[in-house]
Design a protein around this ligand. Structure first.
Ligand code: MN
Length: 493
């Protein structure tokens, strides 16, 4: 989006007279300008005229709905704004909402405070009137409380803005599937019609032969340009270098990368899936191409996993402008040392190099499945630190997000494992975290991110109106299991 913005909508009423309303508008402008200038908020924040009656409330909502650049609306009741005047507007709102519960003054002026001050600065109860109505009409929204000038508050608004940006990016987004999902697999199946109705993106299949034609049509000079880029960004195995015995295999994957990218860009696709069971006409299972295209911001899911492809794209949007660190991931194997259990995450090939701790190595090795030539791939260890694993599953009649806070730890040397990998400990403990994930029906494929937080995943799910189960340091397994059951009644709809 060229210039996405959040609308800052302040509520009041006429009861206090024109002088007070003038002050409200001035203060609202100052708050919006501060948020606009905040380094923590990645989009424009635009102050709208103060809303004082039902007609204005309805008008601003319809304008927000109609403006494609408006990705969300911040609501704040500077004074008391009787909430019935908001019903006609807010029941029609289609954009994400953040209710900012703040006050213009940080500190109370103890020695001068009078009733005029009290009447002007009454968000403390004006926002409660608003919140009551929001709850009563079922308005899904993020509530952020605290002074607007505080960095912590601006960070939370910015974090939500990133979520709203990803939601806007999903609306009308297109994802291409090359082949179906891996045969007989349950969790990568799903209802693409329901997904489009719920999330706003569409998923459609394309013949592998059509992709092969584009790949084969890539020019030699485009291939050479990519090889030059690889030489700068990665350590090449000697056999892949220009004088190496297997350099032609590297030229082929460069051709594959350029071809897939051209196919996606020509069709306006924001992500794609591949499957090793449908590669007719391709010489290698795309490994490096998927890794590089993820790093460029495209969504990707292996084995036809379109839900994870779409989710990865959403995360890539959420981390825009930050140092990117998000990948397609799979819980591959465990170290079950008692008390020190870790998950080794990897895939056959397709892990995004944005999570690499060091310069990736470009290598070529045999692959036991797929029946194609040895695929080229980037091999690296991933960063340490706090991360999240997120899954989006289709329960048949509805969708569910599950997000798990994890702690990525140092990866021991594994000289015989020729794939990119990450190693992490799950919160709140291996036993409770993994058992909760399995009770929740979470997939083995995830989006793994060092930037996107479980709070953001929950906010994202809430905008979609979809359940989100959070597994973090505070998770109690019994409560988690109960919530998952109770949610069945809440979300069945
Ligand atoms: Mn897989």
């Amino acid at each position: 989006m060229s210039n996405p913005s959040i609308w800052f909508v302040t509520g009041s009423q006429h009861l206090y007279g024109p002088e007070a309303l003038k002050q409200v508008a001035e203060n609202a402008g100052i708050v919006a300008a501060a948020l606009q200038q905040s380094a923590h908020i990645p989009v424009d924040v635009v102050a709208r005229p103060v809303v004082t009656d039902p007609e204005a409330a309805r008008a601003v909502v319809l304008q927000a709905n109609a403006d494609p650049m408006c990705i969300g609306v911040v609501l704040w009741m500077h004074t008391f704004s009787p909430a019935k005047m908001w019903i006609g507007g807010l029941t029609k709102l289609t954009k994400p909402v953040l209710h900012l519960h703040t006050q213009f003054n940080e500190k109370l002026p103890w020695s001068t405070i009078d009733m005029d001050f009290m009447n002007l600065n009454q968000a403390a109860h004006g926002d409660r009137e608003a919140g009551h109505l929001h709850t009563r009409i079922g308005l899904r929204r993020k509530v952020v409380a605290g002074h607007w000038g505080h960095e912590s508050v601006q960070k939370r608004i910015g974090s939500w803005a990133r979520v709203a940006l990803a939601w806007a990016d999903w609306q009308g987004a297109k994802f291409a599937r090359f082949g179906d999902n891996m045969r007989f697999v349950a969790v990568t199946e799903g209802d693409k019609v329901s997904a489009e109705a719920t999330f706003g993106f569409s998923v459609n299949g394309y013949g592998i032969g059509d992709l092969v034609a584009v790949v084969d049509g890539v020019s030699d000079s485009d291939v050479s340009a990519l090889i030059d880029e690889y030489e700068v960004l990665y350590d090449l195995a000697p056999e892949l270098s220009k004088s190496g015995a297997r350099h032609e295999a590297l030229r082929y994957v460069a051709r594959q990368e350029a071809g897939i990218k051209a196919f996606l860009d020509q069709g306006g696709f924001k992500g794609f899936t591949t499957t090793f069971e449908d590669l007719h006409g391709l010489d290698q299972l795309p490994g490096l191409a998927c890794q590089r295209l993820m790093a460029a911001g495209y969504g990707f899911g292996a084995e036809g996993d379109w839900k994870t492809a779409a989710l990865l794209r959403a995360f890539k949007t959420m981390e825009a402008g930050l140092e990117p660190a998000t990948s397609f991931m799979e819980d591959y194997t465990y170290d079950l040392t008692e008390g020190g259990e870790t998950v080794l995450g990897a895939h056959m090939l397709e892990i995004c190099p944005t999570i690499a701790a060091t310069k990736p190595r470009l290598e070529i090795h045999p692959l036991g499945i797929g029946g194609k030539s040895d695929p080229v791939r980037l091999v690296f260890d991933s960063k340490t630190g706090k991360a999240t694993n997120t899954t989006l599953v289709d329960l048949g009649h509805r969708f569910r997000f599950i997000v798990n806070d994890v702690d990525a730890v140092d990866v021991p040397a594994m000289p015989h494992l020729p794939v990119a990998r990450a190693l992490w400990k799950v919160q709140p403990s291996f036993q409770d975290g993994v058992e909760a994930w399995i009770y929740g029906g979470g997939a083995h494929h995830t989006v793994y991110s060092y930037n996107v937080t479980s709070e953001q995943v929950r906010d994202f799910a809430d905008i979609a109106g979809v359940e989100c189960l959070v597994i973090d340091a505070s998770t109690n397994l019994n409560s988690f299991r109960d919530a998952a059951k109770w949610n069945e009644a809440v979300y069945r709809g």
